[in-house]
Write a protein that binds this ligand. Structure first.
Ligand SMILES: *Cc1c(COP(=O)(O)O)cnc(C)c1O
Length: 409
């Protein structure tokens, strides 16, 4: 059998940016003509727009989502000798930021339903040095923030929400990033508010922390050439800010497009024998993933929004369980199957932070990170970007159906 191949990309930012060309070009010219290339009005306007969007009092534009995390930790005075709790199943930047400020990351396991830090697993990781916790709102939905904030309050910890992948997501009606000491965002082109290079933002409701973050963003100087603190150059470019302001006006419709694609996959696939959707009732309850034996039927599990959460679907991440007929993991077999058909897909993330060579010296007890290790072997993300056409998403869903149907032949 031959397959007529229509490639489906995992992401294509051109489709999103092309319809905005006129507006983007005008915004570019406005900054060009202003001659203001460091901070200034375009950055201030964009900061206010983000603050309004997420319902935070202050927003500070920074160089990237990674630097946003570093700056938040610096503003909170977290550094040498401190420990910071974070999920081991996350993008590197979360853990990297902790290390970069001289603190030690302490790995916490994840919930297999929402993929986020399972705070019920964090208590046994506490020591007298623990200063902060960084929940990461992975793939477009928030962590269990009531549980997280209650835990932090009980133990006197700072909370920084890494909302790089979840701008606009909600938890009990509150915006991702707005529920703690600091929230951080990224405008890397693959994020839901995708920029034209690197960019990021931090938000806070605390006047003093906001001021400290602003000072640290410009080498700790206040006033100019009088350095109160050792900061860095963490400034968001006005060109980037002006272009992002144009796109921000469309963020809601982008999220709707992503949600429609997610619903399409769920409607189309969740009733196929061998595929089910994750059970939101099991979200963040300390569930431990049962091992799956080599001769068990493989299974695909589709993602779901946890209780009280509004998902913005930065990724549509499937869990592929078990072992395929040829002995490869079901996930690797599915990846290969989709790639043969030129369907974009990616493993976010193939290794947890405790498995990274650069963190080999960080103390870790793998027995307490079982879910995360299983997830790294099971996850696969498929195209979900808002401009995906109806034909394309059908091609993706049909391919996954036929991959699963082949098990039963
Ligand atoms: C993308 C991302 C970051 C880093 O953002 P950059 O802008 O690429 O530096 C941090 N944390 C998470 C979870 C991310 O996905």
């Amino acid at each position: 059998m031959t397959h007529p191949i229509t490639p489906v990309p995992l992401l294509d930012p051109r489709r999103q940016n092309f319809p905005l060309r006129t507006e983007l070009t005008a915004a570019f010219h406005e900054v060009l003509d202003s001659g203001q290339f460091i901070l200034g009005q375009a950055v201030e306007v964009f900061e206010q727009e983000i603050a309004d969007l997420v319902g935070s009092k202050h927003a500070v534009g920074v160089t990237s989502g990674s630097d946003a995390l570093i700056l938040a930790l610096m503003a909170l005075g977290v550094g040498e000798g401190d420990e910071v709790l974070c999920p081991t199943f996350t993008f590197f930047a979360t853990a990297g930021a902790i290390s970069r400020v001289g603190a030690t990351p302490v790995w916490v396991d994840s919930c297999p339903v929402c993929f986020n830090i399972d705070v019920s697993m964090a208590a046994k990781k506490m020591t007298s040095r623990t200063r902060a916790i960084i929940p990461v709102h992975l793939f477009g939905q928030t962590a269990e923030m009531d549980q997280c904030n209650a835990f932090a309050k009980e133990h006197g910890l700072f909370v920084i929400e890494d909302a790089a992948q979840s701008i606009g997501a909600k938890y009990d009606g509150k915006s991702a990033g707005s529920m703690s000491d600091f929230g951080t965002y990224s405008f890397f082109p693959s994020k839901n508010l995708g920029g034209f290079g690197d960019g990021g933002m931090i938000v806070t409701n605390d006047d003093e922390l906001a001021e400290k973050a602003r000072v640290l963003r410009g080498h700790g100087a206040k006033p100019k050439y009088h350095h109160l603190l050792v900061g860095g150059n963490f400034r968001l470019d006005p060109l980037q800010a002006a272009l992002l302001s144009v796109k921000l006006a469309h963020l809601k419709s982008y999220a709707e497009g992503r949600a429609a694609n997610a619903q399409f996959y769920i409607d189309k696939l969740s009733h196929v024998p061998g595929i089910r959707q994750a059970d939101p009732a099991l979200c963040c309850g300390g569930e431990v993933i049962e091992p799956i034996s080599n001769d068990a039927e493989p299974e695909l599990i589709l993602p779901v929004a946890g209780p009280g959460r509004e998902h913005v679907w930065n990724q549509f991440t499937i869990r592929a369980r078990g072992v395929a007929k040829n002995g490869a993991s079901t996930r690797d077999a599915l990846l290969e199957f989709l790639r043969e058909r030129q369907i974009g897909c990616e493993i976010y993330y193939p290794k947890t932070m405790d498995q990274q060579p650069c963190f080999a010296d960080v103390a870790s007890d793998p027995a307490t990170l079982g879910n995360a290790h299983v997830l790294a072997n099971e996850v696969l993300s498929i195209p979900i970007f808002p401009e995906l056409s109806e034909d394309e998403r059908s091609i993706v869903a049909d391919a996954i159906s036929s991959f699963v149907n082949a098990w039963h032949r």
